[in-house]
Design a binder for this molecule. Structure first.
Ligand SMILES: *Cc1c(COP(=O)(O)O)cnc(C)c1O
Length: 404
């Protein structure tokens, strides 16, 4: 096989832009929570492609839907109707209780589309003077990598030397409702926020934060845009993370697990007339809403519900979290999480999280460091109790070592 003659890692490094620094493992196969490298070593996937593979690798029903659709029709563009889009709309609206849907591809595109839509809503419905719309976002946000989006990032790595950036964004601290109250003015059209900040290291806001946020947005006619691209579709143990606070966003963004990892599919969902301001020719995407994407997403949503993955995420998330909290190791500063969106923050003196992830790899677990000292843990939502316990044994073994 070519795997023995091609050095995949060196070849990637030679030809590829070096915008990633992957852990040194070359994967060639996946099934459920497991992935295998080119040598046949098996690993428990504790990243799930940043929560895109929530349904487990190569889920047979999503695979079947994809293959079946690929034989029939893959792309029409939105210049014509196709027989999958309406069914996708109907099913995602029923699942999430939304009224309108805008299908896109990547998560960042969904974010961009939401920004365009709430600005348009601001001018045409709220009555903001043209060019004056403001959107409030949070420090340490992650909403993707497009220019519009990195322009309001606060991470120097993410935005450095990519400017100039678009104006119209105001940054406030995450989890601070008083800061939101202070930042809102008559030109504010939206507050764009993650229910739990994933890339920032699984940062969970104080209880009651989103109840206050919801009230402030309603009182000031500001659209609450929840970026649930990572937290949505069962990851936190509920269909949407907003349900933990009993609130409803005006605009919800989904991506990642919307296709179970088979294909880039994202969506902007709205409960009001935000998406209604878009008229023919004003926004679009060649691939957005294509029949292959729709068929894959329909199957991905169906298995999530039919196979009880959301309830399983809640149950196994609790088991994983309490198991991590039981590990007695002075390398650990804090363990936090909701559902199967978990993180172990190390003491700065314990050394870089990357070293722990490499040690975990040697024990058959793939996890990803984020922000120097945090190990992020997000296995597929199909993980079993035995597999959680298997992982916990290995986390305990690694976290009690000192890599400083
Ligand atoms: C991953 C992610 C995005 C961007 O999605 P892409 O598909 O990588 O463009 C946006 N927001 C959040 C919260 C994410 O986790």
């Amino acid at each position: 096989m070519s795997s023995s003659v091609i050095d995949f890692i060196a070849t990637e490094a030679r030809f590829g832009a070096r915008n990633y620094e992957p852990i040194g493992v070359v994967l060639s196969r996946g099934e459920g929570v497991w992935v295998w490298d080119t040598q046949g070593n098996r690993y428990l996937d504790c990243l799930s492609a940043y929560s895109a593979v929530s349904q487990g690798h190569c889920h047979p029903k999503i695979l079947a839907a994809m293959v079946e659709q690929a034989h029939r029709l893959t792309l029409t563009s939105r210049a014509f109707h196709n027989d999958q889009l309406a069914l996708f709309y109907e099913e995602i609206a029923a699942l999430t209780g939304s009224h309108k849907v805008l299908p896109m591809n990547s998560g960042a595109e969904a974010v961009e589309s939401a920004i365009k839509s709430v600005r348009k809503w601001g001018y045409e419905v709220k009555g903001v003077k043209d060019g004056q719309a403001e959107i409030i976002v949070c420090a340490n946000n992650f909403h993707g990598r497009t220019l519009g989006v990195v322009g309001f990032s606060t991470d120097p790595e993410t935005r450095g030397h990519f400017g100039p950036f678009a104006p119209g964004f105001k940054i406030i601290p995450f989890g601070d409702a008083a800061a939101l109250a202070e930042a809102i003015n008559p030109n504010t059209v939206a507050f764009l926020v993650e229910p739990i900040q994933g890339e920032a290291g699984v940062v969970i806001p104080p209880a009651g934060y989103f109840t206050e946020v919801r009230e402030l947005c309603t009182a000031n006619n500001v659209m609450l845009v929840l970026d649930e691209i990572q937290t949505g579709l069962g990851r936190t143990g509920k269909l949407l993370a907003e349900q933990h606070e009993g609130i409803e966003a005006d605009v919800t963004l989904l991506g990642k697990a919307l296709s179970g990892g088979f294909y880039p599919v994202s969506a902007v969902l709205s409960n009001n007339d935000v998406l209604g301001t878009l008229r023919p020719g004003q926004h679009g995407s060649t691939f957005g809403g294509n029949p292959l994407a729709c068929a894959v997403a329909r199957a991905a949503m169906r298995v999530l519900v039919e196979e009880g993955m959301i309830e399983n995420a809640a149950r196994q998330g609790e088991r994983f979290l309490s198991g991590l909290k039981d590990i007695r190791a002075n390398t650990i500063r804090e363990v936090r999480g909701r559902g199967l969106m978990l993180a172990v923050e190390l003491h700065p003196e314990a050394g870089r999280a990357r070293r722990y992830c490499e040690a975990l790899q040697a024990k058959g677990i793939l996890a990803k460091d984020t922000h120097e000292h945090t190990i992020r843990i997000a296995p597929p939502l199909v993980i079993t109790s035995d597999q959680v316990d298997w992982a916990l044994e290995r986390f305990a073994a690694i976290l009690t070592q000192d890599f400083s």
